[in-house]
Each structure stands twice: as structure tokens, then as C-alpha cells.
Design a protein. Sequence first.
Lengths: 380, 339, 219
Amino acid sequence: MTDPHPVTATRTPVQFDTDELVINMGPQHPSTHGVLRLILRLDGERVVDADVVIGYLHRGIEKLSESRDWTQIVLLTDRMDYVAAATNNLGYCETVEKLMGLEVPRRAQYIRTVLAELQRLASHLVWLGTHAMDIGAVTVFLYCLRERELVLDLFEEYCGARLTYNSRRVGGLPADLPVGWDRKVREFCDIVDQKIVDYEQLLTQNRIWLERTRDIGVISGADAIAMGFCGPPLRASGVMRDVRKDEPYAAYEEFAFDIPVGAAGDTYDRYLVRLEEFKQSTRIIRQALDGMPEGPVMGKVPRLIKPPAGETYHAIESPKGEIGFFIASDGKSLSPYRFRVRPPSFCNLQVLPKLVRGHLVADVVALIGTIDIVLGEVDR
Amino acid sequence: MIETLVVPLVKIAVLLVGILTAVAYLVLLERKVQAWVQVRLGPMRVGPHGLLQPVADVIKLIIKEDITPARADRWVYTLAPIIVLVPALVVFAVIPFGPETNVFGIRMPLHVADINVGLLYIVSIASLGIYGTILGGWASNSKYPLLASLRASAQLVSYEVAVTMTLVSMILMAGSLSMVEIVESQQARGLWFVFAQPLAFFIYFVGGLAETNRAPFDLPEAEQELTGGFHTEYSGIRFALFFLAEYANMIVIAAVATTLFFGGWLRPFPSVAALGLLDIVPGWIWFLLKTFVLLYVFLWVRATLPRYRYDQLMRLGWKVLIPLAIANVIVTAIAVVVL
Amino acid sequence: MEPAEPPVPPSALPKPAPKPPAPKAEAKAPPAPPGPPDQAPPDDLARPDYLAPLEQACPGGVSQVSYWVGDWTLIVPRDRLVEVATWLRDTPESRFDFCSDLTAVDWPPRAERFDLVYCLYSVPHRRRVRLKVRLKDGEAAPSVTGIWPAANWFEREVFDMFGIRFDGHPDLRRILMPDDWQGHPQRKDYPLEGPGELLLEDPLEWLKLRNAAREAEFE
């Protein structure tokens, strides 16, 4: 019998060409939360390596601040983490107050705390919505934005702006609370507490949600500290670290609240930690409203803000993590000599390549969501 | 002459127009249902409550620029949407919308063709569409569509097995492959098969969600991951064809489920004579009503659930649904023989 | 399937070279300060407990201790940085295991014009310290990525913004600015006013506009 297909001398054994597939994710991609660009090296759908490219939103805020006076910079800080602008304002103002040794009236401290926690609620709502949408639960996104609208309404009533508030001044606050505002905040807290239950019903025990988030992007506590993880992701890895407790600022020392801590350090724990933070935030807000002291909201501030020569670093807990300001003043000019922000999103994003390695493309999306970045802050 | 040529042609024309309209309004329904679930209003601008939105959509899709990516395989790129759409439409030929009815004095059955291997025809034709998906993803010469089309093919092949297995158990129940006879068998037993075969229906429904790329199995078009899926590069009328085929497929799945599990054109509880009053409603209305309810569930699921991941989807298909389906076939076979 | 394409650099557009600073503008600027004051701690203030063991373990590792508005700063010679940093991270009484920030400040007239600032935090002890390393222009600093992996991007940013190189950094590339950018924006001598697009399109028009602006400023 003759072989109908004789093996010729030129025929080489079949070899499968298994190239890695390089995929550009972003900067225009629906779920990179802005202009983040990931260069993914894929083996099939599995991520072999990832390179993070940032800087598309770089506006030189640090450099710009060196030619703005101390009051104008409050505005610039709004533009960093635009989902949590009020927190950035607070961090900056406190740093300058620390440099100048200013006293802030107690009422202002309380209001600042309320605003910061409202902002945390708003930021976490955006996070929950976008994170859920990345995993495919579109409805949660709209529910979360519905509640966030209420926070924006509250801010609008307080300072007139809905996104970039410019809501703090060095030494205090621009305005006292509007009449009846605290009642609305209380109503809002009740609504949020109630809606959290809804979100939990939609997600927490959902089989698909569990499968998509459990054991995804696991990072141990020691690794998380070494890699500079901060905020809820760090706490989800079991590290008890919250600037509000460890280095209290504003009026946090006076309130009772718990710091939720995870155990596994996976996406699901990060989700649970943030959900618990919702409840703790409303708890803080209620306490602050109950104990709201009377008095002025603006401390004694020199007409010209001009800190003495020196430098300092001050950090507060933004919804994303530890946001720190390193400010050097030369004591002569009307603007900071050096203005540096330690952006929590930037530090958390740094861990992303480590988290995504070995996971599937679909998980990359979930992991970008879970570390909760805002590109305005990453790139400044 | 009239019986052999005109009537079938008229039927086909009516069916085509009906399906295309149904698809257009299914899209609107989907947007509306999602909007209501998500405390929104949905389309409201075009016509009262957005009722003319499908017309606007169609006009938009037709007059949009039809772009072919620079290094795409032109022929295949153009062919792919057609390959996807044609099977989705052809399948409707064997779906019986109602019993024999008098239409304008002519007595005719409400289906285009009753072939004795109807179910087999549906299974084989419907799975042809996947070629279009693969070719479209491949011909776009772009990475995301390629990934998506690979996902789609793997997904469809896996779930096809489970779905076909459930169909086998239905064939065992009815003793026929003809769609009409399956309905008649349900009439004879006075029982919708969904009550006899709830597991088969469940597997069929989940498999149907997966085969039509619906949430929570909408991986091939996972917008958040793959920026749109296998039709990322498509625009204009060619994109519209993909879109049309997807929704037509949904209707097919729902219509087949109605025929197999919900007694086709039969009224609820066909054996209970006390409900004879319900017979006033023509059969085709019952059929459309049941199909509509099933479609509504499709949309409802989409608004509620997150998305599975690729490997989890495969695990669910191969490790859960297929064994269940096979077990179901065996149990059904034994039951049919013994009883 | 085609072979995978290599990743393109983030910005394919070449950026115009920044204009060298006009000498006139430099003359007008007030004399820059010689550097941060680095105030010595008051005598009656208790020094942090890790300081004495540190000086014992690394003699000469801390050249100066400063205290200002509650922050302790240790000024460390460049070649002792890794040693001091490793000690601070590993010793139980300090345990500065969290590198919360790393940045630089440019003080041009000074010979050692750059201050590298390391903001450290100890999670177990809940306290902070800052390390400061002074560098001349063109001098490279030792990388601390081996001690705190978190420093990776911070060092890239300092390199991007100040042009300070880090010896032993695994991947020292620009991070915020495009790869082909020229100059380092956070340096104090970086021109604040670039040539702009008009200069490329129509140089004569640009010159006219600039002269008009100068005249207006003069009047």
C-alpha cells in the first residue's frame, strides 16, 4: 500500500506558534476609569505581565502650585481626585495650618469631618457602582449614582458646587452650615443605610459576584505594606491602618467608629471593607451632627497667608487611601516653594501589575475597579 | 398554484416583516425594561414614550458610514454579518405559531414548513451562525474582536451540547422531531412539558442565555472587558445585521422554548375543560404571549446579574450543565420505556 | 494570526524642546533661598527612642537631626542611605516599614541643590520620620526599591521631574511625562513658558506677539 501523502524531505514537523498576544488596554477603554493605559501580555486570555502607562492627564498641578498663592491652591486640589474633592481640600488646608501653627475652631473641625465623611460616602458610591458595572452588574451603577446625587445636592447647598467644591479655607471654612442642612444630612444617612442593604442583596451573596471576586488579586498584609498599598485595599489585607485612627485629624478623635479589616486580601474583602465603611461613615456623621458645637467657623488667620520657612508632611485618610501633602515654604514668597502630593491612587495603582499577573483579562477589569483609582489624582 | 406558491411566499413575507419589527421593538423593550429596573425612563424622545425609537435607530444605522478597517479581509468582513443573520431568520420557518386556521377563507397551518426533522433543522441551522461570529472577529484584524470571537465559539460549542441533550429528552417525550407533532403530543397528554421536564427547561434556558450571548453569559460582547466584542470594528448597516441576528436569535430561543416546554399555541391547562372559555383567544396569541414572557425574563436577568468569567462559564457548561443534561436524558429514556 | 506588535510609546508626537530660560527673566527673579532651614530640635524635647541605637549601629549615618512643627527629619549622607534605611525598616524599635512618600526639592543656588525626601511611616509604632539626602546636580542616589518596593514609582517620578538618577532601580523610565520629553519640569530652572504651538506654525507672528506682550508689560 502506498502512502497517498508521502512525507517529503522539505516537510518540517508541525510546530504550534504560541506567541504572546500584546494588547493595549486603554487609554480609551470603557473600564479603565479614565485615561489609564495597560499594556497586557497575554497567553490566551491569561495575563503574563502588565505594564501601566500613566500621565495622560498630567496637568502639572505640583509645578503650577509653585506660582499660585496659598489660597488659590485649594482650588487646584479639587482637580486631583475629583470624585473626592472635599477630602483633598481638607488635606491641603490642614497641612498649611500645621505649617503656620493655626488653631481651627471646633465647630469648623466638626463640619469638616461631616463633609469629609459625606465625601467618603460619595466616593465609595461611585466606586461601588463602577466596580459592579465592570463585573457586569449595570443596575448597581445606576442605583449608586442615584444616591450619590443626594450627596452632591447636599454639597451644592453647602458651598454651591457639585463636583469641585473649594469648600475649605486655611484656618476654617468659607461658610457656616445652611439652616436645616443637618436634618437633610440625617435623612440622607438613613437613606444610605437602607440602600446599602439593597446593594448587599444584589451582590454580597450573589454566586456570580462571589466567583468573580473571591481569590482574585490576593495580596498579603506584609506585601501590601511593602508595596505601598493604602486605604481600604490595605485594610482588606488585614492591616489595621487608618489615618483617621492612627494620626487623628479634624475631629475624628472625638467619635467612636470601627475600622473594618479584611482577612484574605482579595477583591471580595476589599468590597466588604468598603461596604462596612459606608456604615461607619454614617455613624460618624450622626455623631458629629449630634455633638455639633456652636461658635465661629473661621479661626484667626493672618490677612496674608505666608507660612514661615520650613517643610512638613501631613496625611489624611481620603476614600482612596492616605493622601499626603509635603509642602516646603521658603518664608518669603507668597506661594509654596515646593508642593507635593502623595496621591493614594498612584500608590495603589503601582500594585496593579502584581495583582493581575496570572489572572484573566476579565479579572483585570475587576482589579482596576477594586483598587479604586481616579486618574486625575494619579497623574495630577 | 395558490396553495403551493402564493401562500408560502405570503407567509414568508409576513414572517420576515413580523420578525424584523419584533426585533426592532425587542430592542426598545430591552431598553425600556432595563431603564425601569434602573429607575430611569429609557427612550422618551422619539414618539410617545419612545415608541418610534426603533425607526430612528434603523434610519441611523442605515445612513451611518460603513467602515472597513484598513487591513481587514474585505470579503470575509462583509460576509460575516450575513452568515450570522441568515440562519437566525431561516430557523423561523419551522416554528408553528398556531394550529390550522382559516385566513381569508383559506385553511392553512400557521407555519412556513412542517418538516419531520424540525428540531434537528433548528439545532443545525442555528449553530451555523457562529461561523459568522468567528469570521467577523477574525476578519476585523483587531485583537479585541479576535479574543471575543474565540470566546464566542468556545462558549457556543460548549452550551450547544447541553442544549441539544435537553432537546433529546424532549424528543423522547414527544416521540417526534416535528415541531407541530411535539405540540400536538402535549395536547394529547394534556400537559405542558415544562411540568414533566423542569430540569430540562432550566438547562435549556441557561444554555439559551449562553448561546445568544446574553447576560450573565455575554462574554463575547463584554463591553467592559473587550470594548464591545466581536463586532467592535463594525459600523453602520453591517453592525445592524449583527444586532438584528442577536435579537432574532433571542426570539428563536424563546419561541422554541414555548413550543417545546410551554405547549406552543395551547392555552394554559389544555386538559382542564373548565377553562374552555380561554379557547376564545386564538392560538397564535397564546404563542406570542408565552414567547414575550420568556423574552421578558431574558431582559430581566440581564438587568440583575453580574457577568461570569470565561473559565467559570466553561466550568458551568461542562461540569454542571452537560452532566445534568445527560442524566436527564437517561432518566427520561428509562421513564418513557417503563411507563 | 499576526505576530504581536511591540507596544508603542505613550506619546508618538515629538515634543518641541523647551526654550532655554531668558537671561533677562533670571536677573529679575528674587534671589532664591539657599535651602530649607532644617531647624534643630529644642533642647527640652525628648528625642525619638530609635535615634540613639541608630547612631550606634550606623555611626555617621545621620549627619543632622531636625525638628519642625512636630516632624522629625534625619539628614543622611548619600552613601549611607541604604544602610540607614535598612536599619530603620528592620530594627524592632523603629520598624519604618511603610514608605509613604518619596520626593525631591530643588534649591538651585546651593551646591548640593537637591533634597531627596523620604517620608516613612511605621505601621506597628504608628509614627513618622523623614529622611533627607542632599545631592549635587548629576549625582545619582542609591535606589531604595530593594527596601521598600513602593518606592519604585516614586523614584521614577523623581527621575522624571528632577532628573535625579537612582542606582539599582529596576526600571527607571519617565512616568508622567511622555518618553521623549526633554528637560525635567520640577527643576526650578525649567522654563515656565514654552515656545507653544504658534512658534512652530508661524514664527514671525509669534515674535510679534511676544514683543507686544513684553511692551505691554513694560508700560
